[in-house]
Write a protein that binds this ligand. Structure first.
Ligand code: PEP
Ligand code: MG
Length: 594
């Protein structure tokens, strides 16, 4: 059979070239489990592990059931009761245990095989109601499997070093587990430019392309594949000349990275002497080193929710305290901005039970969840405050939508401070408390919020999604996800003005800051700090060092006057062209006509 080269197109979300062989995940990884043999001596331990996962799942569901009954009504809570009944189903649970004893294989594999059989059997029924129970079973099976695995990482422990993960979708928690393995690149059918899975891939410098329609239906495992995270091209069965082309691209990319590394000790200073602080966004403590290596001055956004993923129970106060203290010590003398738990949206963990929302990005996400769950929120605040005794700490609150909510957060913080004082536990009493401005209502009332907050951090990823009503993780509407929309530019400008009028600092920590051109625009608008994926710090710094603040201001002024996205883009293109020509002239001297 002649194998033909084929090119697929997607959205590039993490730069670099990755090449290897396809590791196909036809489902999310927590559900697709390879069989692995166990010894006779391990059988009972495996059965116990399975039973413990079932018990833990039952406890989690019971908690969710109670919450749903309280928050909605008993009728809705019955959905969860049905899921709990499934955990006692003899056909699935007892038979899985029989299978473990008889076949001597791992519980994940045997359990999911039973689930597959059950789902197939149900799909043959005429009854619409029974067929529709698929997703319930899937959901509960996913929970059991997650509890069984505790980390998806073990699933992919035996990945070949040049594996390219090709999947329909990956949850951010799954991505966080995968990155520790040897993955050459990612290709996903789903996802948008600022989905948290995309952000994770970038944080760990793994080339990634998302939004590649139906790719899992067309390719087989072990197919040779090249992923171009710069253009969004994915090539299967590449011809020798294609391989050669990408080898050269890879060399060019590495050279560019080396060139950028030379800027490590240089300041992000404009030609007319204005210096802006560039910081890094991180998700996991392992990224602290990356941040320092790329020349970030401190952490502008620590997405602490990733600490809650891929484990059986949420991290304790003490464990969080150690992690936060470590981050402060590594970043000394720079500060670290710890964002409180931003659970919900596209980030869920089986260890933090929550009632399902029909529209999770608009539901019980981030601070809304924390304010309803002080038993989760307070230990985190305590850990952050305790860490503040060891370095410059800022606490940042996600998804603030108005003043009342922020005042309520302040009450919680005061209460926790009082408790620490009473217990004679050291902390910085002046620790700064900031509001993320990422919900349009907060942007509109930024002037009042600015009188209560110590700083603002603009989360452009969500601000764009909520303002333009464009799901940031949906490839089908990714073409509408536009940071240069006049509405976004005007909102950002208004937030900066509101912050400055009250004398507080305004930072941008969304992905917009990671793009050098956007960073220049933000600089021109008057932003005080930019926080971005660590890998983007050198290229943003390079562009900043090549312009004047006055030019950036002019550019910002000009685009703010434009009524259309097209008009904005034309101006940006024209200005960049002029800038590139000036740079060239500086390098080679004025070009004489021939
Ligand atoms: C944002 O929304 O811009 C942001 C930085 O937070 P996250 O991407 O984690 O939602
Ligand atoms: Mg956000």
């Amino acid at each position: 059979m002649i194998v033909q080269e084929r090119t697929y197109e997607g959205i590039p979300v993490s730069a670099g070239i990755g090449a290897g062989r396809v590791h196909l995940l036809t489902r999310t990884p927590a559900m697709s489990h390879e069989p692995s043999a166990i010894d006779d001596s391990e059988i009972e331990a495996e059965v116990q592990r399975f039973r413990a996962a079932i018990d833990l799942s039952r406890e989690q569901l019971e908690k969710i059931r109670r919450q749903v009954a309280e928050a909605i009504d008993d009728k809705h809570a019955e959905i969860i009761t049905a899921q709990m009944l499934f955990l006692g189903d003899i056909e699935v649970v007892d038979k899985t245990i029989d299978d473990i004893r008889r076949e001597k294989k791992n519980a994940e594999f045997l359990f999911n095989r039973r689930i597959d059989e059950l789902i197939q059997m149900m799909s043959r029924f005429d009854d619409e109601f029974l067929r529709a129970r698929d997703s319930d079973i899937f959901d509960v099976a996913h929970r059991v499997t997650n509890n069984l695995l505790q980390a998806t990482a073990s699933l992919l422990a035996n990945l070949a070093p040049d594996s390219v993960i090709v999947a329909h979708d990956l949850a951010p928690s799954e991505t966080a587990a995968l990155i520790r393995e040897h993955v050459a690149a990612f290709v996903l059918e789903k996802g948008g430019p600022t989905s948290h899975t995309a952000i994770m891939a970038k944080a760990l410098e793994i080339p990634a392309v998302v939004g590649v329609a139906n790719i899992t239906s067309y390719i087989d495992k072990d197919t040779p594949i090249i992923v171009d995270g710069l253009t969004g091209h994915v090539i299967t069965n590449p011809k020798p000349e294609t391989i050669e082309y990408y080898r050269n691209e890879q060399v060019a990319f590495t050279e560019l990275e080396k060139e950028l590394e030379l800027l490590l000790d240089q300041l992000p200073e404009t030609l007319d002497g204005y210096s802006i602080r560039l910081r890094a966004n991180i998700e996991l403590p392992e990224e602290l080193e990356h941040a320092a290596k790329h020349g970030a001055r401190g952490i502008g956004l620590f997405r602490t929710e990733f600490l809650y993923m891929n484990r059986a129970a949420p991290p304790s106060e003490d464990e969080q305290f150690e992690i936060y203290r470590h981050a402060l010590e590594v970043m000394h003398p720079h500060s670290v901005v710890f964002r409180t738990l931003d659970l919900g949206g596209d980030k869920f963990f089986s260890n933090v039970p929550m009632a399902p929302d029909i529209n999770p990005f608009m539901g019980q996400r981030a601070i809304r969840f924390c304010l309803q769950q002080p038993d989760i929120f307070h230990p985190q605040l305590r850990a952050m405050l305790r860490a503040s005794a060891y370095g410059r700490t800022r606490i940042l609150i996600p998804m603030i939508s108005g003043l009342e909510e922020f005042l309520e957060v302040k009450r919680h913080l005061r209460q926790v401070k009082e408790e620490l004082k009473t217990a004679n536990i050291e902390f910085d009493p002046n620790v700064e408390l900031g509001a993320m401005i990422e919900v349009p209502s907060a942007a509109v009332v930024a002037d009042t919020l600015a009188t209560e907050a110590d700083f603002f951090s603009i989360g452009t990823n969500d601000l764009i999604q909520y303002t333009l009503a464009v799901d940031r993780g949906n490839e089908k509407v990714a073409y509408l996800y536009e940071p240069l929309h006049p509405a976004i530019l005007r909102l950002i400008r208004a937030i900066i003005s509101a912050g400055h009028e009250s004398g507080i600092m305004v930072c941008v920590c969304g992905e917009m800051a990671s793009d050098p051109t956007m960073a220049i625009i933000l600089l021109g608008m008057g932003v005080d700090e930019l926080s971005m994926s660590a890998v983007s710090v050198p290229s943003v710094k390079k562009l900043i060092r090549s312009i004047r603040l006055s030019e950036a201001k002019l550019l910002a002024e000009e685009i703010l006057g434009q009524p259309t996205i097209d008009g904005v883009k034309q101006i940006v293109r024209r200005r960049l062209k002029i800038h590139a020509a000036k740079q060239k002239m500086k390098k080679f001297g004025p070009q004489r006509p021939a």
